[in-house]
Ligand binder design. Structure first.
Ligand code: ADP
Length: 236
């Protein structure tokens, strides 16, 4: 087990360095041009600037996601539980999804289940990641649905899309850090490759399970099943 953990740590450092090196190389390249060619024309200069800003943002997202993961994994960071206003949380996530989609998708929200005990910010991050993936991996004109309901086992959240889907052999590896089915699509849509690893950790801390159903070319459904003990009974 120790050997396996050590290997995982080495892989993580290698992957993280690799992910950071690419944008850094781009930024350094443009900075060198700027330093060596002060007479560069304005349109070219502003194009270089734009690309550097994009790559800088990419590094920032990556470092932020790595910090979130580190914090989630640290033992001395216990879960701070509260009663979550699920309606407000999901409406905020829906609004963010609409902003990300920019009207290119039909996004719907159905809330039928009870409130929940858990950590609002962590679940905002987990469910927000699933919804942002649904938008990012669904071509224009597609549909995304967020649904909150109750099953026999407890409260349940599904995020479904009519997007590109995932073929079966990838499903078991999706929550690994930096695992991507299609690297270029992930990067084009500003993915860090850490979203589902964050989801997995948040759900573990909430004793919840993640289930993934998907069919290539048809779409995906990510289901979060919370335990009955997390349910908040109607207090009104
Ligand atoms: P990324 O930042 O690359 O999106 P994630 O950890 O969130 O990283 O997801 C890992 C990979 O799982 C993605 O790169 C993508 O290949 C696949 N994936 C995640 N969600 C979906 C989805 N809704 N539809 C199709 N593929 C998905």
């Amino acid at each position: 087990d120790l050997e396996r953990l050590d290997q995982m740590r080495r892989d993580f450092i290698a992957n993280a360095s690799h992910e950071l090196r690419t944008p850094l190389t781009v930024i350094n390249g443009f900075l060198e041009i700027a330093a060596n060619q002060p007479e560069l024309d304005e349109p070219t200069r502003s194009c270089h600037m734009k690309l550097m800003v994009e790559q800088g943002q990419r590094m920032q997202h990556l470092v932020e996601d790595m910090l979130v993961l580190t914090r989630l994994e640290s033992m001395d960071y216990p879960l701070r539980e509260e009663v979550i206003n699920v309606r407000e949380l999901l409406q905020n996530i829906e609004a963010e999804a609409n902003a990300l989609s920019g009207g290119r998708h039909q996004i719907s929200l159905v809330i039928e289940g009870p409130d929940l005990r858990g950590n609002t910010e962590e679940l905002r991050s987990a469910i927000g990641n699933l919804v942002s993936n649904a938008v990012r991996y669904t071509p224009d004109g597609g549909q995304v649905e967020i649904r909150w309901f109750e099953t026999q086992q407890g409260p349940c959240c599904t995020v479904s899309d009519t997007g590109i889907g995932i073929s079966h052999e990838h499903l078991s590896r999706l929550t690994e850090r930096f695992y991507r089915v299609d690297k270029s699509r992930s990067r084009e849509t500003k993915g860090t490759g850490l979203g589902l690893a964050i989801v997995k950790h948040v759900l573990m801390r909430h004793d919840a399970q993640l289930q993934i159903q998907s069919e290539e070319g048809k779409g995906s459904r990510f289901t979060i099943q919370f335990p009955r003990s997390a349910m908040v009974l109607d207090q009104s």
